[in-house]
Design a protein around this ligand. Structure first.
Ligand SMILES: C[S@@+](CC[C@H](N)C(=O)[O-])C[C@H]1O[C@@H](n2cnc3c(N)ncnc32)[C@H](O)[C@@H]1O
Length: 232
């Protein structure tokens, strides 16, 4: 499952219906990350599965170091070009990720990512993140899809965002494109990993992290959920 989704993200796709959608999306992600960062200096933050991270510079301005990691090589290549002149931002590949010292990160963000990862791989990933976190540091799992969430929730969220930000027509066209897209085929054939609250809490606990459900989802879609897992 993970490999098929990674291949999808590694190729050109039309998940964002136009440039405005892309920009509005990443501005919101950056705002949400900033809203939850601890209010102190010299933070080390890892954004795992960061995608295009268009507004990462705003997050980096609040951190001593922002590490961006994405599993898709083409995404990493674009990130490396985009942030070549941003001294606080480091783009990591798998080796770079593995080489991060243990106990060194204050925050690990996984925003809209774990749904694309094989369920069997998640415990190992969480355990790895736990070892990279400093005591008191935390992981943010955002945009986690509950089993009862419906495709209609995603559509409703896209349309209300599009209405609010003035790209409704493009969103309607985008929905039509999605109907015949590789995304729809993969979602139908392979599916997305979904988790309910007790399951996420147990996964975090088993990884040695104290689970904290967040009162609202960080992101546009309030049918999805956000959880924090703190290393005590
Ligand atoms: C929906 S996008 C989310 C991007 C960004 N975090 C956001 O919230 O907009 C999913 C991202 O996760 C990355 N991804 C998917 N599976 C991954 C994996 N197994 N390891 C690392 N990154 C992965 C994809 O390449 C893609 O950029």
């Amino acid at each position: 499952m993970s490999e098929s989704w990674l291949r999808f993200w590694d190729r050109p796709h039309h998940i964002y219906v136009n440039d405005r959608h892309l920009r509005v999306h990443y501005a919101r992600i950056a705002d949400e990350i900033l809203s939850i960062l601890p209010d102190r200096g010299s933070l080390s933050v890892l954004d795992f599965g960061c995608g295009e991270a268009l507004d990462a510079a705003r997050v980096a301005a609040r951190a001593a170091r922002l590490y961006l990691y994405d599993g898709a090589p083409s995404v990493r290549a674009r990130l490396a070009r985009r942030f070549a002149n941003s001294p606080r931002i480091a783009i990591l590949d798998q080796a770079g990720l593995d080489a991060l010292p243990d106990n060194s990160l204050d925050v690990i963000v996984a925003f809209s990512v774990i749904q694309y990862i094989d369920r069997a791989e998640l415990p190992g990933l969480l355990a790895g993140w736990r070892s990279k976190l400093a005591v008191g540091g935390f992981v943010i799992l955002a945009d986690v899809i509950p089993p009862k969430a419906r495709l209609l929730d995603d559509i409703g969220s896209l349309l209300s965002t599009a209405r609010a930000y003035g790209f409704l027509l493009a969103a309607l066209g985008g929905l039509l494109t999605t109907l015949f897209s590789e995304y729809r085929r993969l979602r139908h054939q392979i599916g997305l990993a979904t988790y309910d609250e007790p399951e996420v809490m147990a996964l975090l606990r088993d990884a040695g992290l104290a689970p904290i459900p967040h009162p609202r989802n960080l992101g546009f879609n309030q049918a999805r959920r956000t959880y924090l897992g703190r290393r005590l």
